[in-house]
Design a protein around this ligand. Sequence first.
Ligand SMILES: Nc1ncnc2c1ncn2[C@@H]1O[C@H](COP(=O)(O)OP(=O)(O)O)[C@@H](O)[C@H]1O
Ligand SMILES: [Mg+2]
Length: 400
Amino acid sequence: MNMTPPKFAQPLKVLVVEDNPIDRRIIETMLQESSSPVALLKSTETLAGAFQLLGQHAFDVVILDLNLPDSEGKDTLRSLSSKYPQVTIVINTGAYEDELGLHTLSYGAQDFLVKGKYTAYVLHKALYYALERKRLERELTAAYQRLQETQAQLLQMEKMKVVGALASGIAHEIKNPLASISYGATYLHEQIHSSDAKIQSVLANIKEAVCKANGIVTDLLNFAGATSLHKGPENLNEIIEKSLALIHYELDKKHIQVVKRTDQGIPPVHIDRNRIEQVLINLMLNAIQASPPGGTLELKTYCQGITEGFCTRYNLDKAGFGAGTTVIICDVEDNGTGILPEHLQKVFEPFFTTKHASGGIGLGLSVTKSIMDNHNGIVAIENITDHSGVRARLVFQPCQ
Ligand SMILES: Nc1ncnc2c1ncn2[C@@H]1O[C@H](COP(=O)(O)OP(=O)(O)O)[C@@H](O)[C@H]1O
Ligand SMILES: [Mg+2]
C-alpha cells in the first residue's frame, strides 16, 4: 500500500544515533528518499558523538538507538533528554526491546520505532507525531508556568489585603496615643520655661520622633486605602510647585538643580490634591536620595494620545485607557544611581527598601501605587536608557 507521509512545516534537521551500520543505512535511505525534504542529516555511532553534534547544530529530532558502545538502555535516553531537553527524541529499539520502548516514553522520548518493523511511512509518521507531542509539551509547560505565576500573584494580592487590613487597624490604635504624646510634649514645651538647653532639646526630639511615627502611620492608612479621598478638578503644575516648595530644604542640601518642562496648557485632572502632592513628594525624595550632589531633577507635564504600544508597555488594561485616549503624563526624572534590574519588580512591594542604612522604610512607592490606583491612574518606575537615573511616570485621565 502506498500511503503519503505527513508533511512537515519545514525541512527537518535530523540526527541519527545508531551503531549498527545496516540500521543506520535504512533510516538514512528512508529519510533521503522521502518526499519531505530533509534540511540536515547527520549520524553518529556513540552518545559522545551525539553530544558533540548537538552542540554544533540545532536538530529538530534525534532518532536514538538505546544500546550504544558508550551507553546502555534507559541511561542513554536519560542522559540525552536531561542535557538537551528541547530536542524531540524518537527511540529506535530492537524487536526484543518492544517493552523497553514503551517505557522510554516516560523518560522523555516522544515516540519509538521497532527495528525491522517499520516502513518509510511509519518512520515519517513517528517523526511527525513526536514533533507535535514535543510542541504540545512545550505549550503545556509554558501554560503551567503562567498559571504558577498568576497563582503567586494572587497569593501576594491576598497577603497584601490581609496586611492592609491589619495595618489600618493597628494604625488607628497608634494614632491616638501618638496624639497624646505630641500634645504632652507641646504642653511641657510651653510650661517649662527652662533655660536648660538639654530639656528643650529632649522635648524637640520627642516631637520630631512623634511626627515621624505619625507620618509612617498615615502612610500605612493611605496604603490600606483606609482614608477617604476628596477629589476635584486640579492643575497638576500647581501641585508640582507646592510639592517643590515643601522639599526645597532637601533640594538645597544636595544642591540639586530643578529643570521644569511643564506644559502650562494641560487640562485639569480629577484628583485629591493632598494625595497627589504626597505622591510627588515621594517620587521627588526618591530622586533626590538617589542623585549625586549637584544632580538634576527634571519635571515634565504633557498630554499624549496613547498608542497600542504605550498601553502594552504600561499594562493599561483599565477602563478608559484604551489606545487613542489622551492622557496627562507627569515624569519625575533623575540622573542618579538607577535601579538594579532584579529590584525593579520589587520597588512597589511594601517595606522593600535598599536604604536600611539611612533609615528608609520602603513605603513611599507602595503608598504611591495605592494612591494612583485609587485615582484610576498609573505609576511606572523605569531606568532611563540614554543616561543613568530613573524615570517615575504618572499617567492620569483628564477630567471627563
Ligand atoms: N529614583 C530612584 N532611583 C533609584 N532607586 C530608587 C528610586 N526610586 C525608588 N528607588 C528604589 O526603590 C526602593 C523603594 O522606594 P520607596 O518605596 O520610596 O522606599 P524608600 O525610599 O523608603 O526606600 C528604594 O529603596 C530604592 O531602592
Ligand atoms: Mg522613598
